[in-house]
Design a protein around this ligand. Structure first.
Ligand code: MRU
Length: 320
């Protein structure tokens, strides 16, 4: 089952706000509905957002094909629905470049991006599993953060695709999925996907990660990215930086798995990335709260970045 696809003239997504309680497909026929789905995290995760951006432009072309002004503002709405994952704006812009050729060309471009993400997931899984085996030996005990599985892509996933591949090979140790406050992508979505895969896992509160590493219960941290900057700084779900510090202190590898569509060579460093600040009410109600959805892990804390085309060993001085 695909997390996002174009089916019979509409965008179909698995509504991730309902998981793990209900597995429900939502059919989306307007740009406004899609933007709402993106902002509410019904569809989420960098690779899936790239495909959503492209299909959003297809919806815009279908809705407003004859009205240049409305079309432009619909495309802008999609492109800017969330600011941090580079995939969203990139996917939308690539599709928008085909607008002069008409709706069919835009849809063909969006379908091509969907297929690229499917192929990228497969490539990352194999390469990442090989790297983890090389770094940690047989049966690594992995800690992962947020959700980076099929739900964050189209099928497969990034870091969780690597975990799944190690499991398929029979060379995976027990997994820790960190909860990922406040919206619980780890406790809700990753736990659901790991259960489906039959992986041995436990959920931990986010703050436990560095201590579990210090106690010798984790061999590697493996997670995804929303944007990888030119200098290797990695922007990912808030809590990632703390796990990177914990991994460095414990002397274990910190591996980022992301498709090339998440690598942003035009952005020099993490300091240049807009971090989405979400409603404090997602954290707690009744008292003031601050809610950055992402953080920046400095490149010197990253052991390696695995993409669908390469392994970049930052620990050996290789460059993005
Ligand atoms: O706010 P979200 O759920 O869209 O954040 C997602 C993440 O931070 C993921 O770790 C990242 O997109 C990589 S997903 C393959």
């Amino acid at each position: 089952m695909r997390t996002i696809d174009w089916v019979d003239g509409v965008v179909e997504i698995i509504d991730q706000t309902l998981l793990p309680g209900r597995l429900e497909v939502r059919r989306i026929s307007t740009v406004e509905e899609l933007v709402d789905a993106i902002r509410s995290l019904a569809v989420r995760g960098a690779p899936a957002l790239g495909v959503a951006g492209a299909y959003g432009v297809a919806l815009a072309a279908k809705q407003h094909g004859g009205d240049a002004e409305r079309l432009r503002s619909a495309v802008h709405l999609v492109t800017t629905a969330r600011p941090t994952a580079v995939n969203l704006a990139r996917g939308a812009r690539r599709a928008a470049a085909r607008l002069p050729e008409g709706f069919d060309a835009v849809l063909a471009e969006a379908d091509a991006q969907r297929d690229e993400e499917i192929a990228a997931s497969a490539a990352m899984a194999g390469r990442g599993a090989d790297l983890l085996t090389e770094l940690c030996g047989a049966a690594p005990r992995v800690l992962t953060h947020c959700n980076t599985g099929a739900l964050a892509a189209v099928v497969g996933g990034t870091a969780l695709g690597v975990v799944a591949e190690l499991h398929r090979r029979g060379t995976l140790g027990p997994v820790i999925a960190s909860e990922t406050r406040p919206l619980l992508q780890g406790a809700r979505l990753t736990a659901w996907e790991l259960s489906q895969l039959g992986v041995d896992f436990r959920v931990a509160v986010d703050g436990a990660g560095p201590f579990l590493m210090a106690r010798g219960e984790v061999d590697a941290v493996v997670l995804g990215a929303d944007r990888i900057c030119a200098n290797g700084d990695t922007v990912n779900k808030v809590g990632t930086y703390a796990h990177a510090l914990g991994a460095r202190r414990a002397g274990i590898p910190f591996v980022v798995v992301a498709p090339e569509t998440t690598v942003d060579a035009d952005t020099a460093s993490g300091a240049d990335v807009e971090i989405e600040d979400r409603d404090g009410a997602e954290v707690i109600s009744g008292v003031p709260a601050v809610n950055p959805a992402f953080d920046v892990t400095p490149h010197d804390l990253v052991t390696a970045i695995v993409t669908d085309r390469r392994v970049i060993r930052l620990d050996r001085g290789e460059r993005v």
